[in-house]
Design a protein around this ligand. Structure first.
Ligand SMILES: [Zn+2]
Length: 382
């Protein structure tokens, strides 16, 4: 991107003298954080809810004030574009997301969007005309908390999955992505993807503790971990906690608990880049004096490259061959040299392979009878 001071309408501004207004950026971050604010200083702003609509309206209003042109695509992604000297030139795009996790923070995603807004504000204030158009994107449902898949809007944009696939995904209440998008008034008409981008940049707060621990102000992302999500359902037998002898139990939570440990251990074995998380669990009937007959849980597994086989061995108390099988897929690492969002998005996701599900279950059948009968379903998501 080149800046220029030669436009007849603008004053002469040396690019080096242009600085963003940090105080203004901070105020905008704090204002946006009011929408969905939680008691301990965080934000709960799930995708395509009323709070998300309010936040979109607020930020879009700010973007319009910079004279940016607003477009919304059919996935609800918002694009604010400030014209350049040549509108035929491809857009230099930045941005992020403003949806959050249920216990999210003020900055994750929001900073990337508002940093882009601050760039547009600064360019306008200095009356700078750039060579290429400069844009800010707000991607829909990046967090994947309400709807799976995660990074939904950008994934559809990048062609990792189709718009139709995205729109028919349902939240926990059975509401589809498409219905929720219509309801908040952000089902746009612009085509998804097919935008000419010169480059895409994203500023993001570090979601982990490493920079702060090492007392560093800023870092550059050198890669993204490959990600797989699983839904896992254990079915055992509800029974009374008192009369049922220990050897007669089919305790679904006991099986699930072993998998929690196994997921953790698997990630640790692939240190330093392995990650394994069980973040959701529903225990049924969830009564203190009833043996759990049903557990639904999720597994979030992230790796750079996995060169198992981790075959079930007799030393493993609970054989987890379905997980092993699932992890045999290589995970590619994306690098900063890949500037375009499509490349980045595509390299950090995996298409689900439903045809392999039968193989997973077949492998599972080699597990001990008790656990085999309890693992009811093992469904790969993303
Ligand atoms: Zn984020």
């Amino acid at each position: 991107m080149n800046t220029t001071s030669e436009m007849p309408s603008g004053p002469s501004v040396a690019p080096t003298s242009v600085r963003v207004d940090g105080a203004r950026l901070w105020r905008s971050l704090m204002d946006l954080a009011q929408l969905g604010a939680t008691p301990r200083g965080g934000v709960r702003r799930l995708a395509l809810t009323d709070i998300d609509r309010q936040a979109r309206d607020l930020v879009v209003g700010w973007l319009r004030e910079t004279d940016a042109e607003i477009e919304v695509d059919a996935a609800g992604n918002i694009f604010a574009t400030r014209h350049g000297r040549s509108d035929a030139a491809a857009v230099v795009l930045t941005g992020s997301h403003i949806d959050t996790q249920p216990s999210g923070g003020k900055f994750d995603g929001n900073y990337g969007v508002l940093a882009g807004l601050e760039v547009l504000r600064t360019l306008k204030d200095a009356d700078i005309v750039t060579e290429n158009p400069v844009g800010v994107a707000i991607w829909t449902n990046e967090e994947g908390s309400r709807f799976v898949p995660v990074m939904g809007g950008s994934g559809a944009f990048a062609g990792v999955f189709t718009l139709e696939h995205l729109l028919r995904q349902r939240d926990g209440d059975g509401i589809t992505f498409g219905e929720a998008l219509e309801r908040i008034g952000y089902a746009g008409t612009a085509p998804v993807g097919k935008r000419r981008l010169d480059a895409y940049f994203e500023a993001h707060i570090e979601q982990g503790p490493v920079l702060e621990r090492e007392d560093k102000v800023i870092g550059v992302v050198t890669g993204a971990l490959g990600l797989r999500w699983y839904d896992c359902i254990w079915s055992g037998q509800d029974a009374h906690a008192g009369p049922t002898p220990m050897e007669a139990r089919r305790d679904a939570l006991r099986g699930a608990s072993r998998m929690v440990e196994a997921v953790h251990a698997l990630a640790v074995r692939h240190a330093p880049d392995g990650r394994g998380t069980v973040g959701f669990m529903h225990v049924g009937p969830n009564s203190r004096n009833v043996i759990p007959g049903l557990v639904k849980m999720t597994c979030d597994i992230r790796m750079t490259r996995i060169s198992l086989p981790w075959t079930a061995s007799s030393a493993t108390p609970l054989r987890l061959s379905p997980m092993t099988f699932a992890l045999n897929a290589p995970c590619n690492r994306s690098t900063t040299s890949q500037r375009r969002v499509s490349t980045l998005a595509a390299s950090t996701r995996f298409a689900p392979r439903p045809e392999h599900l039968a193989t997973r279950i077949a492998r599972w059948s080699a597990a001990p009878a008790m656990t085999r009968s309890m693992l009811h379903a093992w469904r790969p998501l993303r």
